[in-house]
Ligand binder design. Structure first.
Ligand code: SF4
Ligand code: SF4
Ligand code: FES
Length: 203
C-alpha cells in the first residue's frame, strides 16, 4: 500500500509512503514553523524549529517533523504545551545566534517570542548555519561553491577554504533560499562580489 493513515492534532490525515510528518502537515494545511526546510533540497534537521510531539498512550516524545517519516497509526500533535515550550527555547537560541536577522525576529514574534535570555555572540550575525545555501548549491545547481566549515559554535558557511571562488555561476539560488537574509551579506565571501551585483547578474 502506498498510502499511510495517521493523525495530526486528532485529525485523520493521509500521506504517501516516503513523506515526512511535515510534508503531510503542509499538504493538510496544518502549520508547523520551519527555518531550515525547503522542498527543493534534502532535509537536514538543523534548526529544530519544526518539533512536534508523538504520543501513544502514556508514552510521548518530541521529534523534528521535517525528518520524521510519516508512519501508519502514529499520533502527532503540533501545538501542545511541551511543543510550545521547546519552540520558545529554540526561537530564543536562534535569536541569540542570529540577532541581526529580521526574518528570524519576525517569525519568532509571530509565535509570541520577542526576546532571548541567551547572550548574542555577535550582534551583527544573521547566519544560523542551517546549511540550506550549501545544499541548494550542491543538490540543485550541481556545484560546490559553498562549504560549511568548523564544528560546534565555530561552524560557519562561506566559500571552500574561505577564499572567493570562480566555481560559482551567480545563479542566485543560495541568496533566494537563505531563510535569514544572511547570504545577501555572505555572498561577498563566496564570489567576491556583492549580493546586489549577484541579483543584477541573475536577472
Ligand atoms: S547563509 Fe543562510 S542559508 Fe546559508 S547557512 Fe546561513 S542562514 Fe542558512
Ligand atoms: S550563486 Fe553561486 S554559490 Fe550560490 S547557489 Fe549559485 S552557484 Fe552556488
Ligand atoms: S525545519 Fe525541521 S529542523 Fe529545521
Amino acid at each position: 500500500m502506498n498510502e499511510i493513515t495517521f493523525t495530526i492534532n486528532d485529525q485523520a490525515v493521509k500521506a504517501r509512503r516516503g513523506w515526512t510528518v511535515l510534508e503531510t502537515a503542509r499538504e493538510c494545511g496544518i502549520h508547523i514553523p520551519t527555518l531550515c526546510h525547503h522542498p527543493a533540497v534534502t532535509p537536514s534537521g538543523a534548526c529544530r524549529l519544526c518539533m512536534v510531539e508523538l504520543r501513544d498512550g502514556d508514552w510521548a516524545k518530541l521529534v523534528a517533523s521535517c525528518i520524521y517519516p510519516a508512519a501508519e497509526g502514529i499520533h502527532v500533535y503540533t501545538d501542545t504545551a511541551r511543543v510550545k515550550n521547546v519552540r520558545n527555547w529554540i526561537f530564543q537560541m536562534l535569536l541569540a545566534a542570529a540577532p541581526a536577522s529580521r526574518e528570524i525576529a519576525e517569525l519568532a514574534a509571530r509565535h509570541g517570542v520577542t526576546g532571548t535570555r541567551f547572550a548574542a555572540k555577535d550582534p551583527d550575525e544573521m547566519c544560523m548555519v542551517c546549511g540550506l545555501c550549501q545544499r541548494v548549491c550542491e543538490e540543485v545547481v550541481g556545484l560546490s561553491a559553498i562549504a560549511v566549515v568548523d564544528r560546534g559554535v565555530h561552524k560557519r558557511v562561506g566559500a571552500p577554504f574561505m577564499q572567493p571562488t570562480d566555481v560559482c555561476v551567480a545563479c542566485g539560488c543560495c541568496v533566494n533560499i537563505c531563510p535569514t537574509g544572511a547570504m545577501r551579506k555572505l555572498f561577498d565571501s563566496v564570489r567576491g562580489e556583492t549580493a546586489t551585483k549577484l541579483t543584477q547578474l541573475a536577472v
